[in-house]
Design a protein around this ligand. Structure first.
Ligand SMILES: [Zn+2]
Length: 275
């Protein structure tokens, strides 16, 4: 079965912070880093085909204190114009440039379909008023605002900014903004993330970082809320996207639910066709 992968990182060595570079090499080895550096849009598209991924969201990142900076210009250029690779921008909350103008640049000028924000890597609360310009712009343009929620073992991460409940203000203030909670608040805020889906019809969960076989246990109301879950791998943090997709297809849900998680919900969020 083909899937849309809503959560992929394609940064190169020069985008990583020194601390994260050490962590990455320690965790995955220098070969993994070299493989990432050697990636071209063509080889990556071929890799995605081999994994059963028809389209993929590629994430920019602005987290100089933790992981590094993957500039939106890089992500957009890497994505090209085939439509298979879909770029997301990011926001620098401390910039002199208003976040609304940053969002306008990424979404309207460069053609990104969404923004990725990482509050626990950037040390801000998602309801910080400096971000409201970005949310207003994304909402107006029908783009997605995607937030890292839940834990991360990366050095210097500050977990207090990663509770999905912090997004309740944003969802209340921007009822038309499509808000995605990456990782569904893993591992101790699953209930909070799922509750937010019930409270706010504009909120979604990307299941990257959650072992697929644990989905029924972590999200007991998934069958009722299935139109709000999207598949994501968080590649290269996992090696095989195909294994993740296979695990989703083996879950004891109706075919319609599995198809929605793997493809249909993401297509709706991104305003694209599935295949
Ligand atoms: Zn990620």
């Amino acid at each position: 079965m083909y899937a849309i992968d809503f959560h992929i990182h394609v940064g190169k060595r020069e985008h990583l912070s020194a601390a994260f570079l050490d962590y990455f090499i320690g965790q995955y080895g220098i070969t993994a880093l070299e493989a990432m550096d050697a990636l071209s849009p063509e080889s990556f598209s071929a890799f995605l085909d081999s994994q059963g991924v028809c389209k993929a969201v590629l994430l920019s990142e602005y987290s100089p204190e933790v992981t590094g900076i993957v500039p939106v210009e890089f992500t957009v250029k890497f994505s090209g114009d085939s439509g298979k690779l879909i770029p997301f921008g990011s926001i620098n909350i401390n910039s002199d440039v208003d976040t609304g103008a940053q969002a306008e640049h990424a979404l309207a000028t460069l053609g990104c379909r969404g923004l990725k924000l990482l509050p626990s890597y950037g040390f801000y609360y998602p309801y910080d008023r400096r971000l409201y310009g970005a949310y207003e712009t994304a909402s107006r343009l029908g783009a997605v605002a995607m937030f890292h929620t839940g834990t991360s073992l990366f050095p210097r991460t500050r977990i207090r900014y990663a509770n999905p409940l912090l997004l309740d203000d944003v969802a209340n203030d921007f009822p038309n903004l499509k808000i995605v909670m990456s990782h569904g608040g893993r591992p101790f805020w699953y209930a909070e993330a799922e509750w937010l889906l019930r409270r706010h019809s504009n909120m979604f969960i990307d299941i990257s970082g959650v072992p697929p076989l644990q989905l029924p246990r972590n999200f007991p109301k998934l069958e009722r809320l299935y139109d709000r879950f999207v598949f994501g791998s968080d590649w290269p943090n996992i090696i095989s996207i195909k294994d993740q997709i296979d695990q989703v297809t083996r879950l004891a849900y109706k075919a319609e639910i599995i198809e929605a998680i793997l493809c249909r919900n993401a297509a709706g969020l991104l305003n694209i066709d599935c295949f």
